[in-house]
Design a binder for this molecule. Structure first.
Ligand code: MN
Length: 245
């Protein structure tokens, strides 16, 4: 079921308390704050446990003032945990890199390192576009700031920001299993994305796809429309021109 809890329910520890209660009850799903001040909960599991959570939500933790609870029957989503959604998992960066071939490097902070994928054509905000993403070695967080010349090539910071981990499976298991869903809060890239592994092996191949949401831009080509560094305003061409002539 999906529950919408209205009243004085944000800023009072409602999400953490709900997660604790859900886990104690064996309920799976998620809780998130909504922009209008309400709290949304998705709950699935044994009917008795879900009912017990609903009973808890109608009261909330100490300090909450629940005015109205709306319950809706929804399809089971198949969660393997009860998670707080909408909370930053760390930073992300997309660096455009001229080496033997030009590509974009998408890096997501996971457990203190930047898990990395080389995306030859770069990300897209068009949900119909699937972009090849080759998993490459992880980088340190310190490398996120790097922009400049390298050998015969160079790097610009094409986009950066924070991100949320999503999906039904907790991270980093989601990555190990080959299906990772996340929400980017960058300057150019925003909204939900999915990485789906299509070929395991020494250099695992994935597809990077924009999810269909309010931030999707069908028909757009964001790497062509917004080529400049978010740090310096330079394009990769301009950097290479000044560095290598
Ligand atoms: Mn690279």
């Amino acid at each position: 079921m999906r529950v919408r809890v209205e009243g004085g329910v944000q800023g009072v520890g409602f999400r953490e308390a709900t997660r604790r209660r859900a886990r104690a009850l064996g309920v799976l799903g998620w809780v998130r704050n909504l922009q209008d001040g309400a709290v949304a909960v998705h709950a699935e599991g044994p009917a008795e446990a879900v009912d017990a959570l609903l009973d808890y939500l109608s009261r909330g933790p100490r300090g909450a003032h629940v005015e109205h609870v709306e319950v809706q029957d929804v399809r089971r989503e198949g969660h393997e945990q009860f998670a707080i959604r909408g909370v930053s998992a760390g930073v992300f960066v997309v660096q455009q890199h001229a080496a033997t071939a030009r590509h974009f490097d998408l890096r997501l902070e996971v457990d203190g390192v930047m898990r990395s994928w080389a995306v030859p054509k770069g990300p897209s905000l068009d949900p119909a576009v699937k972009r090849l993403a080759v998993e490459v070695e992880e980088h340190s967080l310190a490398h996120n700031r790097f922009e400049g010349a390298t050998g015969n090539g160079g790097v610009i910071v094409w986009d950066r920001g924070t991100y949320e981990q999503g999906g039904r499976v907790r991270w980093p298991e989601a990555i190990e299993r080959g299906h990772a869903v996340f929400v980017l809060h960058g300057e150019k890239l925003r909204g939900g994305f999915a990485l789906q592994r299509t070929r395991p092996g020494a250099k695992p191949q994935w597809l990077l796809v924009k999810r269909r949401d309010d931030d999707a831009r069908p028909g757009s080509d964001v790497v062509a429309e917004l080529p400049a560094s978010v740090v310096s305003g330079r394009t990769l061409d301009e950097l290479l021109e000044s560095a290598h002539g």
